[in-house]
Design a protein around this ligand. Structure first.
Ligand SMILES: NC(=O)c1ccc[n+]([C@@H]2O[C@H](COP(=O)([O-])OP(=O)(O)OC[C@H]3O[C@@H](n4cnc5c(N)ncnc54)[C@H](OP(=O)(O)O)[C@@H]3O)[C@@H](O)[C@H]2O)c1
Length: 313
């Protein structure tokens, strides 16, 4: 039995320590060096080439190196084996830190103060309390959960939007397209950690952004997107920033990655750009997670977080 590692943009140095941990437990193949394909029982993958998984006759499961599985489900020839989503605590905490940091930057008017600093302007701006700001989470999964805990403790006025009704949150949860307008109209800061599926592609568009709350305690609504670039329509976001529909944005993911140097988002004074690293998949944490999941599956158990292929996440 062997584990195949098939990771786009493979970085030998970054994986050296993690490979040692994996090698101590299981024979390894590192794509494109497959060895005997019939030996491969598990694959740890990030954006593998289409058709690769189908070429492994004894594949038992694919483990995604990210929480999102859009990169795997896009392969029409993906065999009907379980797809395990990466859901380690390490990843959850990294996303918690990103979301809390960005919500706090917008709460504390960071973009506006940075603009004043560039002009050497000493002026106090109206400063709402956390409890006066309504934060809306689109997506209430593992990636949102750490930030939700902290923002609840800080007293933010939270709400959530998910695909199905939820009764396990200490705040109102709206479900499905029908309840999206009611969720948006009570949201000052929109935090998106949705997966990219046929239902969610392009959802962060002008129509949605125009539905956000008006007259809130910040100069205007704010968008934070740490889900996937395919969720957002960047031309719409720029137009909404220009006409005041949006005051500011934090974007970690983009329609095209790396974000092209020509994108106006780079230089926008009220946009915070990060290079799709809100929650980085640390090789060591991924390796440990993969070994745990393989142990569970080899013992006949069900892995931690299986993707539902019909739902697309
Ligand atoms: N930027 C980064 O560094 C980074 C890192 C890791 C992950 N991510 C992104 O984060 C995404 C979410 O990860 P996760 O672990 O939180 O996933 P998850 O646990 O599966 O949660 C997904 C959430 O989105 C909701 N959702 C899915 N489709 C929906 C729809 N059509 N309408 C409304 N709500 C919908 C789900 O609703 P239900 O509760 O009803 O199922 C659920 O609450 C990943 O897919 C990936 O794209 C980004």
């Amino acid at each position: 039995m062997a584990l195949l590692i098939a990771i786009a943009d493979w970085d030998d140095a970054a994986w050296a320590e993690a490979l040692a941990v994996l090698r101590a437990r299981t024979p390894l193949r590192i794509w494109p060096d497959l060895g005997e394909p019939a030996d491969i029982r598990y694959a740890l993958a990030w954006k593998p080439p289409h058709g690769l998984m189908a070429s492994l006759p004894n594949l038992k499961a694919v483990i995604s190196m990210g929480a999102g599985v859009d990169h795997l489900l896009a392969d029409p020839s993906l065999p009907a084996v379980p797809v395990v989503r990466y859901s380690a605590e390490d990843l959850r905490l990294r996303m918690r830190d990103y979301i809390v940091q960005n919500v706090m930057m917008h709460l504390r008017r960071h973009a506006d103060y940075a603009a004043q600093q560039r002009e050497r302007v000493w002026r106090e701006l109206a400063q709402p309390l956390a409890s006066e700001v309504r934060v809306g989470f689109m997506g209430l999964g593992n990636m949102a959960s750490g930030a939700i805990e902290i923002l609840v403790a800080m007293g933010f006025a939270l709400a959530g939007w998910a695909r199905s009704p939820r009764h396990d949150m200490p705040f109102p949860v709206f479900a499905g397209r029908g309840q999206l307008p009611a969720f948006l109209e009570r949201t000052d800061i929109l935090v998106c950690t949705l997966p990219l599926t046929p239902e969610t592609r392009g959802i962060l568009n002008a129509l949605l952004l125009r539905g956000l709350a008006r007259g809130g305690p910040l100069p205007g609504p704010v968008l934070i997107n740490a889900g996937r670039g395919g969720l957002q329509v960047e031309a719409d976001i720029l137009a909404c920033l220009a006409d005041g529909t949006l005051h500011a944005a934090s974007l970690d993911v983009f329609e095209e990655e790396p974000l092209p140097a020509t994108s106006p988002l780079w230089a926008h004074p009220r946009v915070f750009v990060t290079p799709h690293n809100a929650a980085w998949s640390s090789p060591m944490a991924v390796a440990r997670f993969a070994l745990e999941q393989i142990d569970i599956m080899e013992a006949g158990g069900t892995p931690a977080s299986l993707a539902d292929r019909a739902r697309g996440y």
